[in-house]
Design a binder for this molecule. Structure first.
Ligand code: KIV
Length: 266
């Protein structure tokens, strides 16, 4: 049996200057295949709001929805480190509610939760969650839950000042106890500066090759989500075409009377 990947394993990757992989998953069987393929970490991202539930952005995702998908994914994973996103509004109102919601995701099978943004409240929250036994991964740079205040899907950290700001946020998150930090949609050189100022691993989501980990939305990488393809995603398959071709063949076979044949009946 392969060994369970923990926060210690991820830290070891950073310490030994090695790389780890993280992919999103939202259902039992996809999580199982990703885990069996040897991917180090599985993220139940609130991107599920867009790619699974068809919402316009991630702000509509609720705790109830995150719990259903976290339970399904956790049942499929043996070895990978399981991370669940805390959805919009589940951690913003007060620390007690946030700890309760984070704890529910851990009870659903997550090994850590991920929260977006960084300000005084988030820093205090990371401290308190860590003290409560809930490992936290920070998420800075572009933070999709703030799409309405940012005004669109925009690359962050394009000036020296903003790189400095993101670097300071990352350092504060590390000091508060975060076990890792996701850097989303930043220039590669900016992410390098942030990564080099931390002793915990950074995870790139469109932030280049200098981070310890890489994460992408699996539906983007499988070629399943067709609405748009972020620049930083490499497509390894064309699931959209695969599903559409299978559906067309099935439809033809049913209508022509070819399905079911004599071997496909009781
Ligand atoms: O929701 C998500 O999938 C994410 C990314 C970092 C991939 O947060």
């Amino acid at each position: 049996m392969t060994q369970k990947i923990t926060v210690k394993t991820l830290q070891k990757y950073k310490d030994e200057n090695k790389k780890f992989s993280m992919l999103t998953a939202y259902d039992y069987s996809t999580a199982k295949y990703i885990d069996e393929a040897g991917v180090d970490s599985v993220l139940i991202g609130d991107s599920l709001g867009m790619v699974i539930l068809g919402y316009e952005n991630t702000c509509s995702v609720t705790m109830e929805e995150m719990l259903i998908f976290t339970k399904a994914v956790s049942r499929g994973v043996n070895s990978a480190f399981v991370v669940a996103d805390m959805p919009f509004l589940s951690y913003h109102t007060d620390i007690s509610t946030a700890i309760l919601n984070g704890g529910k995701l851990i009870q659903a099978g997550a090994n850590a939760v991920k929260i977006e943004g960084c300000n005084d409240y988030i820093i205090e929250l990371v401290k308190r969650m860590t003290q409560s036994g809930i490992p936290v991964i920070g998420h800075i740079g572009f933070t999709p839950q703030s799409v309405n205040t940012i005004g669109g899907f925009r690359v962050q950290g394009k000036t020296d000042d903003t790189v400095e700001q993101i670097k300071n946020q990352a350092i504060s998150l590390e000091k508060a106890g975060a076990v890792s930090v996701v850097l989303e949609m930043m220039p590669e050189q900016a992410a390098k500066i942030v990564d080099e100022s931390l002793s915990i691993p950074t995870i790139s989501c469109g932030a280049g090759k200098y981070c310890t980990g890489q994460v992408v939305v699996s539906d983007d990488m499988f070629g399943k989500y067709g609405e748009f393809k972020p620049k930083f995603v490499r497509r390894y398959g064309d699931m959209k075409k695969f599903i559409s071709d299978c559906a067309k063949q099935y439809d033809n076979d049913v209508k022509s009377g070819d399905f079911p044949n004599s071997e496909e009946v009781y």
